[in-house]
Design a protein around this ligand. Sequence first.
Ligand code: ZN
Length: 473
Amino acid sequence: MNKDLALKISIILLIILVLSFISVIILYPDIKLKGSDITINYQEKYKEPGAYTTRFKRKIKITNNINYEKLGTYQVVYTYKLGFIKKSKKRNVTIVDKEKPTITLDGKQEIDICPNKTYEEDGYKAIDNYDNDITDKVKIDTKDDLITYTVSDSSGNQTSIERKINKIDKDNPKITLKGGSVTLYVNNKYNEPGYTASDGCDGDITKKVKVTNNINNKKAGTYYITYEVSDTSDNKVTVKRKVVIKNKVVSNPTPNNTVTKPSNNSGKKGVIYLTFDDGPSNYTSEILQILKKYNIKATFFVTGNGSDSMIKKEYDEGHTIGLHTYTHDYAKVYSSIDNYFADLQKVSDLVYKITNTKSHFIRFPGGSSNTVSKKYTAKIMTYLTKEVVNRGYKYYDWNVSSGDANSGCTTSSIYANVVNNLSKSRSNMVLMHDTKKATKDTLEKIIKYALNNGYQFLPITDSTPMVTHRIFN
Ligand code: ZN
């Protein structure tokens, strides 16, 4: 009986113990989270939504291991202790990056380039809020005239930006005319002074210039030469040059019967124009010395056969420089009108180069009365004597010949030829050659005679009338 009772009591006690243990487990408070797992954006702060205990109010300890610098999933842990029992709950907090990177372009977003050029990248930069500089991850896609720059950050956020390339040439080419407007006399040939054309895209397009010239040089008037050019994009530009053709009435030079007879042009009476042809030569320097000694200014009709510095000296010492052709080669200068003018231009350019002055005084090789030119071109002197005047030159023959070009001439023959033919009743255009030793040796004597006899020496100037011969060809 005692044994049974003891057993019963122990069973009851055990049941009570188990029941109370179970009830403690059941009745023990739980943790409840406000809200659930949370996702926040990079650089946002996590805001704690809180948690609470069921049945009894208990203080909950909250801890987390969030690293805001790094994307990922972190835990917030909620715990409390009651007696020997500890309870805890966890909340997941995930930091994500949803922000797109940005691409910035250097240069404009819309660019005009020449149609014949390829676009050279102006540059770009890609920046991401999380990855920082991701320029090296930019992918470039070119399709026709559109360039697309695309970049993705490490979270897969993608950005695209476009640049438009317009292959277009909006600018007109440019034509530059050498020289300005041109004035000519009737029958003068128009010589194109030249031009250049350039284009921003095509470069030098001078060869594409179309020149329209409707000059009628037989008729006085104002004309325009049109220069037109288009670039490969059909931008067209037109410029004009004014050409004025003037009438210049020129009578035939008054014919004279002999070369020593005075021209009808009345120059200054009692004046001597000493003229020296064919130089400079080795004698020119001494001739200049003599002229300087008597303070006499003369005229030198130069060729291209002498020294430039001597022409410079003649000019610097106040003498007039005239043009006698460059080569003085009859076979050449009288072979055609064009050849004459080409040769004349050559000596004119030479004189201009040396003296910076354009001479418009001419002496024809052999004089305008020469017949040697007949051998090369019929009637050439008839034409040239008019045409040089049309072109603004004045030509001077002579009415006193020293004969210093004749074979067998001597200082005394030269002296006699000059002094016997001087006249006080007209101007005296004296032909000499500074290429002749005898001339150099006679010059001072001639000067002394002239000065003792009341003559005056002058160089040819603009106001000196032409002295012209009769034309025989
Ligand atoms: Zn000559």
